[in-house]
Write a protein that binds this ligand. Structure first.
Ligand SMILES: [Fe+2]
Length: 141
C-alpha cells in the first residue's frame, strides 16, 4: 500500500490541480519507499528537491487559476502558499545540513504538510471554482 493513498477525498474536482497534487503525492511515496528501503541520502535529497520544485510550480499554476477565476481569497491563499514553501524549504535545508537520512517522523511531517494544503486550503477553492463562471463554462457539455 502506498504511503499516501490517492482517494476521492483528496480530489478537489479541478483536473489540472488534481493532476499536480497527484504528482506531489507520487514524489512523497517515492521518498517513503527510499526511507523504507534504506536508500542513501543522495536519492533522498534528489526526491526532496523534486518535491520543493514541483511545489513551487504547482503553487504558481494554482495562483494563476485562482486569479483567472477571480477567487476572493487569493491573497490569503498566496500567504498560505508562501508559508508552505518556507516550511518545505527549511525542511530541505535541515536535511542538507544534517546529512542524515529522512526518518519516519520527517515523513509524517511531510504527509501532514501536503494533506493540510490539499484538504484545508484547496478544497475551499474547488467548491468556489465549480460555481464560478469559469468553472461552470468548463463543466458545460
Ligand atoms: Fe494545491
Amino acid at each position: 500500500m502506498a504511503y499516501v493513498e490517492w482517494t476521492e477525498e483528496l480530489s478537489i474536482g479541478i483536473p489540472q490541480v488534481d493532476g499536480e497534487h497527484q504528482k506531489l503525492v507520487t514524489i512523497l511515496n517515492l521518498l517513503n519507499e527510499a526511507v523504507v528501503m534504506g536508500k542513501g541520502t543522495q536519492i533522498m535529497g534528489e526526491l526532496l528537491s523534486q518535491l520543493v520544485e514541483n511545489t513551487i510550480i504547482h503553487f504558481e499554476s494554482e495562483e494563476q487559476l485562482m486569479s483567472d477565476a477571480e477567487y476572493p481569497d487569493l491573497e490569503e491563499h498566496q500567504y498560505q502558499h508562501q508559508k508552505l514553501v518556507e516550511e518545505v524549504g527549511t525542511f530541505k535545508q535541515e536535511f542538507d545540513d544534517s546529512r542524515q537520512r529522512v526518518t519516519h517522523e520527517m515523513m509524517e511531517f511531510l504527509k501532514f504538510w501536503l494533506s493540510r494544503h490539499i484538504v484545508v486550503d484547496d478544497m475551499a477553492f474547488g467548491k468556489y471554482y465549480k460555481n464560478c463562471p469559469m468553472g461552470l463554462d468548463e463543466n458545460r457539455d
